[in-house]
Design a protein around this ligand. Structure first.
Ligand SMILES: Nc1nc2c(ncn2[C@@H]2O[C@H](COP(=O)(O)OP(=O)(O)O)[C@@H](O)[C@H]2O)c(=O)[nH]1
Ligand SMILES: [Mg+2]
Length: 306
């Protein structure tokens, strides 16, 4: 198996084991069709696939011939097809353009601990061979946050623009962008803070950052990315709504899909909103990030090959 597929499979093992266990439970006992369908829906729900997506899958399922003689492998195959169909609209490539005379600005948002800083480091590692990159340490609340970004900068040989501890984040972004223009950077990643005193504080801060960076580059941010921790479960959906309002989100990055049994959450996200999922993270290491593939994901979610 290719390296990434292996990682994805390993990461989703808990999720797929859970589904497999639920399915074998259904099919080892003699049950009427109707009950099979009901229990199947139950399995999808416990895998965090969500009410809407589960109902949709079951509607399509009901039109197929299904009984206790249908084997698990074929059930899984049908489920994987149905899930892939829900995921496909979210599979899109993050297009990095070359704006005239300015860098391509990527704003990274998300709640505290979602994986923003780590994802910036991983993404930069994928892009650094083709682009001149810099980081702006916009999470000015904790010294540790700046150090963490600097660590990723060091590893990738990427310049980090930082300010005094506790300085105004928007002001820092303003200065950092001007520096990036001067240095003729191709891409600038802006890291942001995820925890402020309250929700309104966080959203106001993000709006301010966007207002201020537009004074330097009117079209910025060229990509506004929301990082979501998959282990958050269904709460992820309300995070998307919240950040969409404040930061005009263009797409998502879902992290921590390794070792969680909540791998189905991506299906719920794809069913209930239309933002692209650009990348997924399955670990803390530099190469534990890759583009989101609907087919691969659906397949590994149903069937761990390990
Ligand atoms: N297992 C796992 N851990 C991750 C992943 N992405 C980030 N992390 C870890 O999650 C923690 C928080 O990440 P961080 O980038 O600091 O989040 P931030 O607060 O949003 O910047 C760190 O310990 C990361 O190593 C992932 O895909 N899988
Ligand atoms: Mg951070």
């Amino acid at each position: 198996m290719a390296d990434w597929l292996h990682k994805l499979s390993l990461g989703l093992k808990k999720s797929s084991d859970k589904i497999t266990l639920g399915l074998s439970d259904i099919f080892t006992k003699q049950k009427p069709d109707e009950q099979i369908l009901e229990e199947l829906e139950e399995v999808l729900l416990t895998a965090d696939i969500g009410v809407q997506a589960s109902a949709k899958i079951m509607r399509n399922f009901a039109t197929r011939r299904l009984d206790k003689n249908t084997d698990m492998a074929s059930i899984k195959k049908i489920l994987a097809e149905e899930i892939a169909a829900i995921l496909v609209p979210c599979e899109k490539e993050l297009q990095i353009t070359k704006p005239q005379n300015t860098p391509f600005v990527i704003l990274m948002t998300g709640v505290n601990g979602a994986g923003k800083t780590t994802t910036i480091g991983k993404l930069a590692a994928r892009l650094k061979n083709n682009y001149q990159i810099s980081f702006i340490a916009g999470d000015t609340f904790r010294a540790a946050a700046v150090e963490q970004l600097e660590e990723w900068g060091k590893r990738n040989h990427i310049r980090v623009y930082k300010g005094e501890n506790g300085c105004d984040s928007a002001g820092l972004c303003f200065d950092g962008l001007q520096e990036a223009i001067k240095q003729k950077d191709d891409i600038v990643f802006i890291d942001t803070a995820g925890r402020l005193q309250n929700k309104t504080g966080l959203m106001d801060e993000l709006k301010k950052i966007i207002r201020v960076i537009r004074k330097v580059i009117p079209e910025a941010p060229h990509a506004s990315l929301l990082t979501i921790d998959a282990t958050t479960g269904q709460n992820a959906l309300s995070q998307i709504q919240l950040f969409k309002e404040a930061a005009d989100i263009d797409g998502l990055i879902i992290t921590k899909l390794d070792g969680t049994a909540k791998g189905g959450i991506i299906v719920a996200m794809a069913q209930e909103q239309t933002l692209p999922i650009y990348y997924i993270g399955v670990g803390e290491q530099i190469d534990d990030l890759d583009r989101f593939s609907a087919q691969d994901y659906a397949k590994q979610l149903l069937e761990s090959n390990l």
